[in-house]
Design a protein around this ligand. Structure first.
Ligand SMILES: Cc1cc2nc3c(=O)[nH]c(=O)nc-3n(C[C@H](O)[C@H](O)[C@H](O)COP(=O)(O)OP(=O)(O)OC[C@H]3O[C@@H](n4cnc5c(N)ncnc54)[C@H](O)[C@@H]3O)c2cc1C
Length: 504
C-alpha cells in the first residue's frame, strides 16, 4: 500500500526508485524488464482490481454443454494474437511465444470461411470473389468508387475499419501500411482467436508471476503491486523526484519515485489535457508532448455478444458473416462461436461495430441496440424464425474512465516526428503503451515491445554510466508535419526495423 497521506505531506510518501503506472501489458512488461535488469525497487499502481487492462475476460451466457462450467468465457478486449511466426526469418510474435508456453486455447481464424449477405441475398463464392476484385480495383483510387455501393462499403470496412477501429478517411495511409506490414509481413498473416476459459489475460498474469511474489499466477501477493488505486496527480516539480498521488475507495496516498513510467491509454492522456480533474500533471506537460498526445486518435471497437438456444441457431456455419448495409459500419460483421473449434453448441453469435457506430451504441440502451441488431438479422434471414436472444451483453469502451476507447489509430497527416514525441520522456516521466509503438500501435504486441523498451531504458538510466540507451529520448520542437525522409525511419525514432530502407 502507498502510505496514506494528506495532500502536501510528501515526507510520508512511500519511496521507490520507479513507479510503474498501469498494470496492463506495457506496465507489467516494463516492470519485468526492470526486474530482469537488476532493478527490484519499484511499485506498480493500477486503477482496476486486476492485472491486464484492455485484456479482459467476461463470463457470459449459460454453458449447457459442460458439466463443470456454468458460463462461457468471452474476451471483451483483445481477442486475437495477430501473426505467429515468420517461417522464412524465424521471427516470432512475443505474444505467440507466451501462448505456446502456456495452456492458452486458440483457434486459427479463416477469413475465407465467410458468408456474405448483400441485404437478404446470400452471395455465392464466385459473386463474393467478384466483389473483392472490384473493390481491389477501386481501392486506392477515389472514395466515390465505393460510395453508395453497400458491397464496396462492407468490404472496405472489413479491410480497414475492422482492424483500425476507425474509418479509412480518418486513418493515415502511411501508418496503416506500416502497421499491416509490421504485423503481417514481419510475423505472419495467421491470426489466432483466443478462447476461454483459459483467458487471454492469463498470459500477462503469468509474466507478472515470473518476478512478483504470488500464490498462483492469478493471485499476486507482492506488495509492489498496488491494485485499486487511481492516480490523480503526477507532480514533477522537484528536481530530485516525482510525487504520484493516488486514491482508493478508502483513502488518498502518495508515492515518491526517482523515475515514473506512465502506461495510461491515449484516451486517458487526452482527457487529462482537456483539463479533466481526474488526472493532472504538475507542471503541465510541454507543448511538443501535448500536441503529440492530441495528434493521435482513440478508436473504439465493440463486440456485442448474443446467445440463443443451440436449437434456435438460424445462421450459416461459417466463422464470419459479413453483412452489406447501405450505411457503412452498421452491424457489418458477425462472428459465429457455435462452430467446431470454437464453442460448438453454444448458440453464441457476436456482432462487431467500430468507430462512430461504437460511440453511438455506447450511448444507447441494451434494449435499443438489441432491437437494431434483430432488425438487421431479420433482413438478412427473412424466412427464418429469430427469437429474442436469451443473453445479451456488450462493454462500453468509450465510457470507461481507465481507458476511454479501445486502441489508438493514427489519423492522416501525422508525421513520424510527432509519433516520436509521443514516445519521448519528459525528464523523469517516461511513456509506454500500445499508442507509443511506431510499428505496432493498437496491438497487444505493440504494448509489449514498448513496455520492454522503456523498462530497459529506465533501468539503465538508474544504473548510471554513459550508455546511450539510458539517456533522454529524442524529441522534436517546432514544425513536425510532413512525411519523414527514409533516413529518419530508424530506431532513434522508435522504428523497430528497416521499413523504408536502411539508414545511410
Ligand atoms: C475491444 C478491443 C479489442 C482489441 N483487440 C485486439 C486484438 O485482437 N489483438 C491485439 O493484439 N490487440 C487488441 N486490442 C488492443 C490491446 O488490448 C491493447 O493494445 C493492449 O492491451 C494495451 O496495453 P497497454 O498496457 O498499452 O494499455 P492498458 O491495457 O490500457 O493498460 C493501462 C492500465 O492503466 C490503468 N490506468 C489507467 N488510468 C489510470 C489511473 N489514473 N490510475 C491508475 N491506473 C490507471 C488501466 O486500468 C490499465 O490497466 C484490443 C483492444 C480492445 C479494447
Amino acid at each position: 500500500e502507498p502510505i496514506p497521506t494528506e495532500k502536501g505531506d510528501d515526507k510520508a510518501c512511500r519511496k521507490t526508485k520507479v513507479a510503474v503506472l498501469g498494470a496492463g501489458m506495457a506496465g507489467i512488461t516494463a516492470a519485468k524488464r526492470l526486474s530482469d535488469t537488476g532493478i527490484h525497487d519499484f511499485v506498480i499502481v493500477e486503477n482496476n482490481d486486476r492485472i491486464g487492462g484492455r485484456v479482459w475476460a467476461h463470463e457470459f451466457g449459460k454453458d449447457n454443454t459442460s458439466s463443470s462450467r456454468d458460463t462461457y468465457t468471452v474476451e471483451l478486449g483483445a481477442n486475437w494474437i495477430h501473426g505467429d511466426r515468420n517461417n522464412d526469418s524465424c521471427v516470432s510474435n512475443p505474444i505467440w511465444e507466451m501462448a505456446e508456453d502456456s495452456s492458452l486455447r486458440t483457434h486459427l481464424s479463416d477469413y475465407s470461411n465467410t458468408t456474405v449477405f448483400d441485404s437478404s441475398v446470400k452471395l455465392s463464392d464466385e459473386e463474393n470473389y467478384r466483389w473483392y476484385s472490384e473493390f481491389s480495383k477501386a481501392f486506392g483510387k477515389t472514395k466515390e468508387d465505393a460510395e453508395g455501393n453497400p458491397m464496396m462499403l462492407a468490404i472496405e470496412w472489413a479491410h480497414i475499419d475492422w482492424e483500425l477501429a476507425q474509418s479509412a478517411v480518418n486513418s493515415s495511409r502511411l501508418f496503416s501500411t506500416v502497421s499491416f506490414k509490421s504485423t503481417e509481413d514481419y510475423f505472419s498473416r495467421r491470426n489466432h482467436f483466443v478462447l476461454g476459459p483459459s483467458r487471454y489475460a492469463s498470459l500477462i498474469e503469468k509474466q507478472a508471476a515470473t518476478f512478483l511474489e504470488h500464490e498462483t499466477a492469478g493471485s499476486i501477493t507482492d506488495s509492489r503491486l498496488v491494485l485499486q488505486h487511481r492516480v490523480y496527480e503526477i507532480n514533477a516539480t522537484s528536481p530530485s523526484s516525482v510525487i504520484i498521488r493516488t486514491k482508493s475507495a478508502r483513502k488518498k496516498s502518495c508515492i515518491e519515485a526517482e523515475q515514473v513510467i506512465v502506461t495510461f491509454s491515449i484516451g486517458v492522456l487526452q482527457h487529462m489535457i482537456e483539463g479533466n480533474e481526474a488526472l493532472t500533471f504538475i507542471p503541465e506537460l510541454p507543448s511538443w508532448k501535448t500536441k503529440a498526445i492530441n495528434a493521435v486518435d482513440m478508436g473504439t471497437y465493440t463486440k456485442i455478444f448474443m446467445q440463443w438456444r443451440h436449437g434456435d441457431v438460424f445462421w450459416p456455419d461459417t466463422q464470419f458473416i459479413l453483412h452489406a448495409s447501405p450505411r457503412q459500419g452498421y452491424y457489418p460483421m458477425f462472428q459465429n462461436l457455435d462452430i467446431e473449434g470454437f464453442h460448438p453448441g453454444s448458440g453464441i453469435l457476436f456482432a462487431t461495430v467500430t468507430g462512430e457506430e461504437s460511440l453511438r451504441v455506447d450511448r444507447q440502451s441494451d434494449e435499443r441496440t438489441k432491437r437494431e441488431i434483430l432488425q438487421v438479422l431479420h433482413t438478412m434471414f427473412p424466412n427464418k424464425h429469430i427469437p429474442e436472444p436469451e443473453h445479451f451483453f456488450y462493454p462500453r469502451w468509450s465510457t470507461y474512465d481507465w481507458v476511454y476507447g479501445s486502441y489508438s489509430n493514427v489519423p492522416t497527416g501525422v508525421s513520424l516526428f510527432t509519433r516520436q514525441n509521443l514516445r519521448a520522456n519528459v525528464g523523469r516521466v517516461w511513456f509506454a503503451g500500445e499508442h507509443t509503438s511506431i510499428n505496432w500501435f493498437g496491438f497487444l504486441h505493440g504494448a509489449y515491445y514498448e513496455g520492454a523498451d522503456i523498462g530497459y531504458r529506465v533501468a539503465i538510466r538508474l544504473q548510471g554510466g554513459n550508455r546511450k540507451v539510458g539517456k533522454d529520448m529524442t524529441y522534436y520542437e517546432g514544425p513536425v508535419e510532413g512525411v519523414a525522409p527514409p533516413e529518419e525511419w530508424f530506431e532513434g525514432n522508435g522504428v523497430a526495423f528497416a521499413l523504408f530502407g536502411e539508414r545511410t
